[in-house]
Design a protein around this ligand. Structure first.
Ligand SMILES: N[C@@H](CCC(=O)N[C@@H](CS)C(=O)NCC(=O)O)C(=O)O
Length: 236
């Protein structure tokens, strides 16, 4: 089956968590909104139709007649099809649980630069952003990193759940990559406390298809329109 991923062109954003899974598996997919006319097609798919529940927001995935939205839900669907989820029911729920926790974490990263409203510019909420980011760096970032480190500590193979790499491992790689981009100083200070998480990041980056993807033009560079933004004022 050929997959069609719809996500805003020009940013990694939430689409990147899906791209990483598709790329790692060598899946046949089209990054559909990056093609000419792709955004218009994406907006058309977001209009409710009688036969489907329309997505509220990108990313969403078209697979044959299926249209699936919500990052963690897309990965729940793709995981077994791409060989990136455990076979057991308990394993699949564990990976989905980890992915939902990553979604919560990512939302908090977003709120460091948009603490008041997503519809306002960063420049309109700078003072609140500084306050929110300081709390994120001091409390939330170590708490989330510590949680994933403790999950890895309990795992014999160095992956988050089960014996093999899952989409949650790919997503944790993306969190570390994004956090290093957005908060270079904070991450430099913190990282040594989370050696398993850092090692997992390196291990995922070295997976042959991921490495090839990261070096390709398909990987959009981090930038200040995405979720991970480098604003020095927010890095302390
Ligand atoms: N919970 C959803 C969030 C989707 C989402 O917030 N998408 C953003 C782009 S990353 C968007 O286009 N939001 C439009 C809006 O919230 O109005 C997910 O994880 O996929």
């Amino acid at each position: 089956v050929r997959y069609f991923l719809y996500y805003w062109p020009g940013i990694q954003g939430r689409g990147e968590f899906v791209r990483l899974a598709l790329e790692d598996a060598g899946a046949d997919y089209v990054d559909a909104a990056r093609a000419p006319g792709g955004v218009a097609a994406m907006m058309r798919l977001m209009r409710a139709r009688a036969s489907t529940v329309a997505p509220f927001a990108p990313p969403f995935l078209q697979a044959g007649r299926l249209l699936i939205a919500q990052t963690a839900n897309i990965l729940l669907f793709l995981g077994p099809r791409l060989g990136l989820a455990p076979v057991s029911e308990s394993g699949r729920h564990a990976v989905h649980q980890l992915q939902l926790t990553i979604a919560d974490w990512l939302g908090e990263v977003h709120d460091t630069h948009h603490p008041i409203a997503s519809g306002l510019y960063y420049a309109q909420q700078k003072a609140a952003a500084r306050q929110r980011a300081a709390d994120f760096r001091r409390h939330r970032l170590p708490k989330f990193l510590g949680y994933f480190e403790s999950v890895l500590r309990g795992s014999p193979r160095g992956y988050l759940a089960g014996r093999a790499c899952s989409y949650a491992d790919l997503s944790l790689f993306q969190m570390v990559a994004g956090l290093r981009y957005a908060f270079p100083q904070a991450m430099a200070r913190l990282e040594r406390k989370y050696p398993r998480t850092v090692a997992l990041h390196a291990r995922v980056a070295a997976r042959p298809r991921v490495a090839a993807y990261l070096a390709s033009p398909r990987r959009i560079a981090f930038n200040e329109q995405g979720i991970f933004r480098r604003y020095p004022a927010l890095d302390g």
